[in-house]
Design a protein around this ligand. Structure first.
Ligand SMILES: [Ca+2]
Length: 278
């Protein structure tokens, strides 16, 4: 029996659903080399737009594994509904250091929805200092399950190049703080350029987060970074794969393809809402 089923049974004689209502937003990670979407990152927000930490503040700690599982299941269901895998686009799920979820949960649910593990990226958030050996073990376990492993918010907090001495993920997501105004900061260019060089040597993909201007896009491209995410390309959108604003130089044929992405109908959205409540 899953965490969700168990916690619902426990709450059945209590006050009903123990979880706050939430919605799933999607934000594209674009591949400028191919003028395409590499992945959609799924972001869990409250109905009033509350971010995940504020949302989970209302949840009983003992029920957190069940809540994380419910979010993950809903994100995978949305990916299946939007047929992301058929379009060669990954769904990217966030997993915090305190998450009770394991890759086995994710892969089991993906299997039920006929999503291949290789179409799933898991972003390991280093919100608190994590023992590098523990992190290495998590990465090895995830990779054995066939999912793509990303280290999130790299360069923020405690995460630095030293982490790569112990464990090598598939993808590094460079924190937005290092990207902001990178075009006018020789220091940021040097740091991010060093990350990019190390990643090239280790064959690790690099994603720049928080890209907001065309000047930042240009500076990142000159450092050889082609995977980017941020408001410049698209704001996160609830229950939808948002349209992507590709810079003019990268437009090629991709915009016409983008317009053919399936939209989530009102009925589908209701189906997903009900799935959360089941
Ligand atoms: Ca993330």
């Amino acid at each position: 029996m899953s965490y969700v089923q168990r916690s619902r049974e426990r709450s059945a004689c209590g006050s009903g659903n123990p979880f706050p209502e939430f919605q799933i937003f999607l934000q594209p990670i674009v591949d400028l080399k191919r003028s395409s979407v590499f992945a959609y990152e799924a972001l869990c927000r409250g109905l009033g737009g509350e971010h995940y930490p504020d949302l989970v503040a209302q949840v009983d700690q003992a029920l957190m594994p069940a809540f994380d599982e419910l979010i993950m299941i809903t994100e995978l269901r949305l990916a299946a509904k939007l047929r992301l895998e058929d379009r060669g686009v990954k769904i990217s799920l966030n997993m915090g250091p305190t998450s009770g979820l394991s890759q086995a949960h994710v892969v089991r649910e993906a299997k039920r929805l006929k999503i291949k593990p290789s179409s799933i990226m898991i972003e390991l958030t280093e919100g608190v200092r994590m023992d590098p050996e523990k992190l290495a073990r998590i990465i090895v376990d995830h990779r054995a399950a066939g999912v793509v492993v990303a280290l999130d918010d790299f360069g923020a907090g405690y995460a630095g190049l030293n982490v790569l001495g112990t464990c090598v993920p598939d993808v590094l997501k460079i924190d937005g703080e290092l990207i902001r105004n990178i075009h006018s900061s020789p220091l940021k260019k040097t740091i991010v350029g060093a990350f990019a060089n190390v990643c090239r040597t280790l064959k690790v993909e690099i994603i720049a987060e928080g890209v907001e201007t065309i000047a930042e896009v240009g500076a990142l491209q000159r450092l050889g970074i082609n995977l980017m995410q941020g408001y410049f390309f698209a704001h996160p959108q609830a229950w939808e794969a948002p349209q992507v604003n590709f810079p003019f130089a990268y437009r090629k044929t991709s915009l016409t393809k983008e317009s053919k992405w399936p939209r989530i109908s009102k009925a589908d959205r209701e189906w997903l809402r009900k799935a959360i409540r089941q």
